[in-house]
Design a protein around this ligand. Sequence first.
Ligand SMILES: Nc1ncnc2c1ncn2[C@@H]1O[C@H](COP(=O)(O)OP(=O)(O)OP(=O)(O)O)[C@@H](O)[C@H]1O
Ligand SMILES: O=P(O)(O)OC[C@H]1O[C@H](OP(=O)(O)OP(=O)(O)O)[C@H](O)[C@@H]1O
Ligand SMILES: [Mg+2]
Length: 283
Amino acid sequence: MLKIAIQKSGRLHDDSIKILKEAGIYIDNGKDQLKTTSRNFPLEVLYLRNGDIPQYLRDGVVDIAILGENLLVEKGEDLKIVEKLGFSKCRVSVAVPKENDFNSLQDLEGKKIATSYPNTVKNFLAEKGINAELHKISGSVEIAPNIGLADAIVDIVSSGSTLFKNNLKEVEQILKSEAVLAVSPQISAEANQILDKLLFRIQSVLKARTSKYVLLNAPKDKLDKIIEILPGMKSPTVLPLAKEGWSSLHSVINEETFWDVIDELKTNGAEGILICPIEKMVL
Ligand SMILES: Nc1ncnc2c1ncn2[C@@H]1O[C@H](COP(=O)(O)OP(=O)(O)OP(=O)(O)O)[C@@H](O)[C@H]1O
Ligand SMILES: O=P(O)(O)OC[C@H]1O[C@H](OP(=O)(O)OP(=O)(O)O)[C@H](O)[C@@H]1O
Ligand SMILES: [Mg+2]
């Protein structure tokens, strides 16, 4: 058995279950049961608080875990990340009241900073040579400047709407974070073998999520140019169409370059372009 920790409830919960499901691993969602076993994969799931997970990994209570990368910076720098999972993307930033003049980080010298991530802030300030007073609070950090508890805050920012609603502005980004799969230093050889299988599946899911299958028609005299634009996994598949002088091309393109590639294909004579999602991608 491989033991995995997943957040019991919160920002990471649903997407953690979803990625396992897409990897073909079925588990109950932990609403009542805090420990469950997959029906079709040697995986035991423990539903825990995100904030407690680094310690459970370190102690070997679980072999692996899905948690926010920012939390490893805060209390798990000794723990190894085996895969970045691409969801729960956010940043940890410094924010101050909107009306404050803020010219540089030096403006934080001697000020009070409220945060749920004291180690991250302490290290950041030490690196920048700034002395400030830290107030650790475990939630609703954005309220601190409005109630006179602090001059600035360091907290998670995603859309920026919480900062906006609390009349704060982001002035410095300390780090970027996303959900990651981290591993315990105490993982056994047997559990590690199961982890390899799990990782292989997760990587197939992640690759498929960022790729699209593209089908298009093109006149034969434009094929060379279009093949150049469409690299695919090896090279595109070219099939003759019933209509004389035309071919159909099939390939895979990456989401990041997607719209640029489509524009280029159109300018170079591609017609009837179809884009389909990919279920899994095994490389
Ligand atoms: N607004 C957000 N947008 C995107 N990701 C976020 C956001 N807020 C938090 N995260 C990420 O999700 C993780 C879990 O956040 P969440 O607020 O659900 O739990 P928590 O308060 O950190 O932990 P616990 O489970 O211990 O209560 C964070 O560590 C961060 O990586
Ligand atoms: O930039 P935004 O998109 O507004 O997101 C940022 C907010 O999201 C998180 O809080 P969450 O909603 O997880 O509540 P919590 O404080 O109870 O963890 C974080 O602590 C910020 O407050
Ligand atoms: Mg939160």
